[in-house]
Design a binder for this molecule. Structure first.
Ligand code: FAD
Length: 467
């Protein structure tokens, strides 16, 4: 085993998995090279988490401006300068990418602009952006190649210029008058929320019986009703058969209940999921185990090939930035001789809707499926002062508690700041907290966090603010 200072580590991909892995490896003394074919920050910073939230923030401000009338504040919105929305979004993205570039320098990580593929188990062939090629040999290699939008085999999608993926939908030239979203997963639902706030007529078509398959069903149903009440048309158990050209936009043929119905839309967002971006790596040539491009790893993020690790979206499992980063730290630590293990139990899922939706741990459906004895605690945000101030008390919090040991199995929040509130719940699950631990912590007043405690109290049938 080499001393850390002599261990040459390669990281393929500069997304939230790769750049975090690179920093962690450098902190532990590794000599780190990060190879990125496109832009540092990966999907997340350039065409994912950050740009979507910037657009959603603008959309929310627009809604809030209207809703402030309830407080006697009458704001007249003259117009939405879409070019400026785009410019602000791009500026935020550029600032964050610049921040990552700075972090690479500060940690003495060599960044190579180019595409990497395996020449052998320890050597990468790098085709650099300047056209030159170089073979580089390393002691450890961490693959963080990420993912790209999947294109479904729906006739007409590829040919129609009005069909875009999430990247296209983040940089429309103008706000579309109508948008049909194929896929009711997180990306589809977030962009549906944003554009409907900008006045776009939005229709969501989902093949499964429910939206957001990984989220708690009861709260998802609540969210659906709220979205519908705001004018988003949602169809589940509905399959897009084909897309045809139209004089304006596209005609989308959707099968619902055995009948095919046409829907006209100016733009069509195809958001049916993402696929791993591992083709260029040449995994099979060096025997790195994968399932159709999805790299197989153990809980130390090790592949079957010694000294080669893989993390993040390129595993094709949980495609979330914070998961990629957490796995990145584990891979880097193991590459530098530590003994770290990835545990996904505390991983929160967040959806930036109105109100926000977040969950961690087991859903009620999952607890049932696993045959675990559980009790539920629910608290409506209508009974929480801060929520009432912020959004009229829309939403609720739901705890799933193990009956035998009273441990927190899962928490699901639909409400203002849900994506921030879920942090406490992730900590609770990580520490194997019981419902009594949540109850024992005094939660500040007036906050939405009080409702987290109240939902825990409700699981014990002792909530204070509901009858
Ligand atoms: P990526 O971010 O995809 O980075 C991989 C990098 O590797 C890319 O930069 C790519 O160019 C590079 N690369 C690939 N192959 C090679 C090669 N052979 N050589 C050199 N470089 C290579 N997640 C959240 O947690 N929260 C959100 O709110 C959220 N919102 C999202 C919204 C949208 C619209 C999208 C599309 C995604 C969103 N995600 C969100 C998912 C999140 O962006 C990804 O889970 C995350 O970026 C994965 O990180 P990664 O490092 O594994 O891969």
């Amino acid at each position: 085993k080499k001393p850390a200072g002599e261990t040459k580590v390669a990281v393929i991909g500069g997304g939230p998995g790769g750049y975090v892995a690179a920093i962690r490896a450098a902190q532990l003394g590794g000599k780190v090279t990060l190879i990125e074919k496109n832009k540092l920050g990966g999907t997340c910073l350039n065409v994912g988490c950050i740009p979507t939230k910037a657009i959603l923030h603008a959309a929310e401000a627009l809604t809030e401006a209207k809703e402030m009338a309830e407080y006697g504040i009458h704001i007249e919105v003259k117009n939405v300068d879409w070019k400026q929305v785009q410019a602000k979004k791009n500026a935020i993205t550029a600032q964050l990418v610049g921040g990552v570039t700075g972090l690479m320098k500060a940690n003495k990580i060599q960044v190579v602009e180019g595409t990497a593929s395996f020449a052998s188990k320890d050597t990468l062939a790098v085709l650099k952006k300047d056209g030159t090629k170089e073979n580089m040999t390393f002691d450890k290699i961490i693959i963080a190649a990420g993912s790209v939008p999947a294109v479904p085999p729906i006739p007409g999608v590829k040919e129609n210029a009005n069909c875009v993926d999430s990247t296209g939908a983040l940089s429309f030239e103008e706000i579309p008058k109508s948008l049909l979203v194929i896929g009711g997963g997180v990306i589809g639902i977030e962009l549906a929320t944003a554009y409907s706030k900008f006045g776009t007529e939005v229709t969501v078509v989902e093949a499964a019986p429910k939206l957001l398959p990984m989220m708690d069903g009861e709260l998802t149903a609540q969210l659906r009703k709220l979205m519908e009440a705001k004018g988003v048309k949602i169809m589940t158990d509905a399959k897009v058969q084909s897309v045809e050209a139209a004089a304006v936009g596209a005609k989308v043929n959707v099968e619902i209940g055995g009948k095919v119905q046409p829907f006209a839309a100016e733009k069509v967002l195809v958001a049916v999921g993402r696929r791993t971006d591992t083709e260029a790596l040449g995994l099979d040539a060096v025997g790195i185990a994968n399932d159709r491009g999805r790299i197989t790893v153990n809980d130390k993020m090790e592949t079957n090939v010694p000294n080669v690790y893989a993390i993040g979206d390129c595993l094709g499992k949980v495609m979330l930035a914070h998961v990629a980063s957490a796995q990145g730290e584990v891979a880097a630590e193991n590459a530098l001789g530590e003994n770290a293990v990835y545990n996904g139990a505390t991983n929160p899922s967040c959806v930036y809707t109105d109100p926000e939706f977040a969950g961690v741990g087991l859903t009620e459906e999952k607890a049932k499926e696993m045959g675990i004895a559980y009790q539920v605690g629910k608290f409506p945000l209508m009974a929480n002062g801060k929520s009432l101030i912020m959004n009229g008390g829309v939403g609720s919090i739901k705890f799933i508690i193990g009956t035998e040991y009273k441990e927190v199995l899962g928490v699901h929040i639909l409400g203002p700041r849900a994506t921030d509130l879920i942090g406490e719940c992730a900590l609770a699950i990580g520490m194997e907290a019981t419902v009594e631990d949540i109850i024992a912590a005094i939660h500040a007043h007036p906050t939405v966090t009080e409702a987290v405690r109240e939902a825990a109290l409700a699981a014990e049938k002792r909530a204070i603010h509901i009858p």
